[in-house]
Design a protein around this ligand. Sequence first.
Ligand SMILES: Cc1ncc(COP(=O)(O)O)c(C=O)c1O
Length: 418
Amino acid sequence: MAVRVLHRRRRPRAGIAVARCAGRSERKRGRRARSGIVPGRRVVSAGGIDFERLAHAGVRRLRAYDPGHDLVALRRRFGAGELVELGSNENPYGPSPRVREAVLAAMGDLHRYPDPLGGDLKRALAATHGVEAARILLGNGSHELLMQFAQVFAAPGADVVASQYGFAVYALAAQAAGADFVAAPAYGREHAMPRGHDLDAIAAAISLTTRLVYLANPNNPTGTWFGADALKPLLARVPDTTLVVVDEAYAEMADAPDYASALPLLAEHPNLIVTRTFSKAYALAGLRIGYAIAHPDLIAVMERVRESFNVNALGLAAAEAALGDVEHLRTTCEANARERAALAAALHERGIVCAPSQTNFLLAEFGADSIALERELVARGAVLRPMAGYGLPDSLRITVGDAAENARLLRILDEVRA
Ligand SMILES: Cc1ncc(COP(=O)(O)O)c(C=O)c1O
């Protein structure tokens, strides 16, 4: 059965009423505090304002996205290059050398706003994917776009469906829009795609009030994937009023014969949206460029809420250059696949089970001691991602590093587990 995450109802708080009843001097103090003018102090109190209550219901029940450890602090503690950073699914090989040239050239124009249309990058993406440029929407990372789809198409009274172990941003997007989030049950641990998306269960969770369905293919954090044979029946079943977002953040890395991108299905399904990113295979996480491909009319609606300069100038130049270096993309993805297989085998030798993955990370089961283990690993300079927030407290997500990083991780792991 699908699990509906309902609004957390709270009794109204007294904060605002109290502020209204305050006497004259208190009102004055309150005004000063609220305006931030507190003589002799830099840290300003909330002055009795209950900001939580001022936020709309969707935001009130939200918890901020958990980005993991404070890496800047950890880098300072361990020294540059001493930390094994395998918690954020970053690409250890770095971007194409062409990116550096493009960024340096773009530096001369930093006093200018970026191209608000992102025309050159859109044309390059259109040529790469064989679609019209009017089908492309650029985002400050695909995260921004995933949030905006819910902002535009979901609202209180609507619901948003995703798989139980789908990417965490989907629930966040739904709740920030004030919609209900419905988690469809995922495959079990013993399935060939452990905890992966069960597209039948997702279809069963969709109702006439479902505005959006988010599918990650391959999925973070499970690493699992699905093919067109699973997606086509789902698309045939959903009502036209339900938009299906297929988040393909790791698509360039997927080469399994039973994996398929949803891009070829766009022409037949105007309610289908595919998102991609330059953060993973193209190694441009720091420049924040993502994009969506969908029907031009849908893109036109989305353009109404897009901040005019949401994609920065260096990012636009870098992404275009990265897209042009097909050889760099190929060697990066090959190295990732090689290291992923080697790391999975090394973990397997140590009795640690990993789910199959078509991404640059492995979901590894460490058992009941995974929370304590993760703390010990960080204390020795190896950063992985705990999975308790996903309801998988026995697992850690390990980004596949390069050969040296993986070897160091295994060494630290062996020390900790000895
Ligand atoms: C499945 C998935 N989608 C989207 C994103 C967001 O990527 P970005 O905002 O960097 O494009 C991530 C990032 O880890 C992800 O794992």
